[in-house]
Design a binder for this molecule. Structure first.
Ligand code: FES
Ligand SMILES: [Fe+2]
Length: 328
């Protein structure tokens, strides 16, 4: 992913080189007819452009399978959410097994969006992100992927950045390396969580407790909200919405994201991985995606003891027990 930290003179030089580059012939294996900017849009370059200086090479081993990594590479939607320090927004123009093309705004650029295209070359275990328009036009970032056993992948990233004066190569290279270290840290955490949750699929579901789970006295719990509660293999989070205590699943129904870290605004929770919003009261996704939060226990207060309980009952039952719901 391409967010550049650069100087004014570098930008001027970059623009000149970009202008030169768009008139060059595509170097790719195949051209597509989509798009029409005259750039080498829709082309998987056969090799990195060795005419463009490589300002740095970043290598690391990530604790994720190759399958998870490819999935992450094609997942354009997570950029401004999972990588919110680095990307402000993304607008997808096209996407498929071949890769994706999108307008992306970086948090480190004040000059508008760049048109990025990511192309995968699975047979050769690599992909390239090319900047087609905007700042950094003509830059290419190549990433090679090598599986290591079943659950690790070695990556090697080459930053082919045009217009970098010789004296700035080390500085620009270091900036890209820092950026990619953070991006891969964030991606690795996402991939590991997905792997862990996916590996549990097919296992017998946790048996829900027959009796309500006692969380403690309401007065003591209030200062601990939002409160995560593990029950068997499941983790729920209890939040307060307009005085009502609601428990919700911490697993996002979209791609198993970390809903336990989701921001709550009124009765709406937003997933930190792709930004989907869910109504905590109904469980429905507000972004018209046909998703629904997993069933969660109902929070009730024992009228006599004042203790808060998590009760695994149906919503209908809960409504019938409305009088016992947490007050305020
Ligand atoms: S995992 Fe994608 S929005 Fe939650
Ligand atoms: Fe990512």
């Amino acid at each position: 992913m391409n967010a550049k930290i650069t100087s004014g003179s570098h930008l001027r030089l970059e623009r000149e080189l970009a202008h030169k580059r768009v008139r060059e012939e595509p170097r790719g294996l195949r051209a597509e007819t989509s798009g029409g900017s005259g750039l080498y849009r829709g082309v998987m370059p056969s090799d990195p452009d060795r005419g463009t200086p490589c300002v740095a090479v970043y290598e690391r081993r990530v604790a994720a399978s190759l399958e998870r990594v490819w999935e992450n590479v094609l997942d354009w939607e997570h950029l401004p959410w999972l990588h919110s320090d680095s990307f402000e927004s993304i607008e997808s123009l096209d996407a498929g097994d071949w890769g994706w093309r999108a307008r992306v705004t970086s948090t480190q650029r004040s000059r508008g969006a760049s048109l990025l295209e990511l192309r995968v070359d699975r047979p050769r275990g690599r992909y390239v992100v090319a900047t087609l328009e905007g700042a950094g036009t003509g830059d290419e970032i190549w990433t090679g992927l090598t599986p290591v056993e079943v659950d690790h992948t070695d990556i090697r990233v080459e930053f082919m950045i045009s217009g970098v004066p010789a004296e700035s190569v080390a500085e620009i290279g270091a900036a890209y390396t820092r950026l990619y270290t953070q991006l891969w840290d964030e991606d690795e955490a996402m991939m590991q969580r997905r792997e862990a949750l996916l590996s549990r699929r097919g296992e017998a579901p946790t048996r829900l407790p027959a009796d309500p789970v006692d969380l403690g006295p309401r007065g003591e719990l209030r200062s601990k909200l939002p409160l995560e509660v593990a029950i068997g293999d499941e983790t729920y989070r209890v939040v307060e919405v307009d005085g009502e205590w609601i428990a919700h699943s911490t697993v996002c129904p979209h791609a198993l994201g970390t809903l336990g870290e989701g921001e709550v605004d009124g009765a709406v929770i937003r997933c930190p991985w792709h930004g989907y919003r869910f109504d905590l009261r109904t469980g429905r996704c507000l972004d018209a995606r046909g998703l629904r939060l997993a069933k969660a226990p109902i929070v009730v207060e024992d009228a006599e003891s004042g203790r808060v309980l998590l009760a695994f009952e149906s919503r209908e039952e809960a409504r019938r027990n409305e009088k016992h719901r947490s007050p305020e």
